[in-house]
Design a protein around this ligand. Structure first.
Ligand code: UDP
Ligand code: MG
Length: 306
């Protein structure tokens, strides 16, 4: 009998947990060669998510619960779930049933065939506004280029072998980007596409501000390219400055030097703008180094039920 550990991060999901439990139970009935273990991680919810989780744990001993001392984010919840499971393979999925549980049957079949990572790929991005789609397009375009794999429709919905989960959890960085790290560790992988469902209940936890911070955090934790862009911009300014300087010297020698006030102002604005942006980018990386060097844990567990 194989053991599948399902990891579901939950933040203010009291309304969806019952539906989730019901769907997973149905899935369990359809798996005759595997037993399920369900790890629900309460990411510092402000509602009664944890009480609900504990009630499910009382009812069904396949359910394990972890509760964080505050909201540490979905990434942290995923990692603590992966560390808390004992399965032969792990499935990470959202608690709001946007990731269809029946897809797990297909993922499991691939795992049986010997694949170590089964990536859930969105057929479409579900219901999102045009603005959201556009921003997501820019972010995933950049990330895809860095990773040399198409990540536009990737999601956190994955099945991974125990070995892969161990490899991902053994990485020491605290600023994690689970989706990309799952690619980074390698292993034999295959994709399965699924249709993003509507949330069963409750509402999304992501605001534009949160998404922007998420994109920035992930880009800076995965690539140093922006720092190199700073160097390129600097070099470009230097070149322009040099040409401009030569021209200034020549024109003053030839006695055709003019007031040049507008060009001077323009130059100052461009140069300071460039410097500010560059400092900002460098600052973002220093902040990242500072965060990692403090070596604080990615999350703090308040309570646990095995
Ligand atoms: N989530 C979490 N911590 C957070 C935000 C979200 O654990 O700080 C969980 C949430 O409970 C859900 C999953 O991550 O199970 C995806 O969140 P959500 O449905 O809000 O995002 P969306 O599907 O809209 O991208
Ligand atoms: Mg969702």
């Amino acid at each position: 009998m194989d053991r599948i550990s399902i990891v579901a991060p939950c933040y203010n999901e009291e309304e969806t947990l019952d539906y989730f439990y019901e769907a997973i139970t149905k899935l369990g009935e359809r798996l005759d060669q595997a037993e399920l273990e369900i790890i629900l991680v309460d990411d510092g919810s402000k509602d009664h998510t944890y009480e609900k989780m504990c009630a499910l744990h009382e009812k069904d001993d396949r359910i394990k619960c972890i509760s964080f001392s505050r909201n540490f984010g979905k990434e942290a919840a995923i990692f603590s779930g992966l560390r808390g499971g004992s399965g032969d393979c792990f499935v990470v999925m959202d608690a709001d049933l946007q990731h269809p549980p029946e897809t797990i049957l297909q993922m499991y079949a691939y795992w049986k065939e010997g694949y170590e990572v089964v990536e859930g790929v969105k057929k479409s991005r579900g219901k999102e506004s045009g603005f959201h789609k556009c921003l997501a397009g820019i972010f995933y375009g950049a990330i895809s280029r860095i990773m040399h794999v198409d990540m536009r429709n990737s999601s956190d919905f994955k099945l991974m072998d125990k070995k892969v989960a161990e490899a991902v959890c053994s990485l020491t960085e605290k600023n994690t980007f689970f989706r990309a790290l799952a690619y980074w560790v390698g292993f034999k992988s295959i994709t399965v596409s699924y249709e993003v469902k509507e949330r069963v209940a409750g509402k999304t936890k992501w605001s534009y501000m949160k998404l922007f911070a998420y994109a920035l955090k992930n880009l800076t934790s995965f690539t140093n390219a922006p720092l190199q862009i700073v160097t390129v911009i600097g070099a470009l300014f230097l070149l322009i400055g040099f040409i401009w300087g030569v021209d200034a010297v020549l024109s003053s020698i030839q006695g055709r030097a003019v007031g040049g006030y507008p060009s001077l102002v323009l130059l100052i604005i461009i140069a300071t703008g460039g410097i500010m942006v560059s400092l900002g980018i460098i600052g973002a990386y220093i902040a990242k180094i500072y965060d990692e060097i403090k070596n604080r844990p990615q999350y703090i567990i308040r309570d646990k039920k095995d």
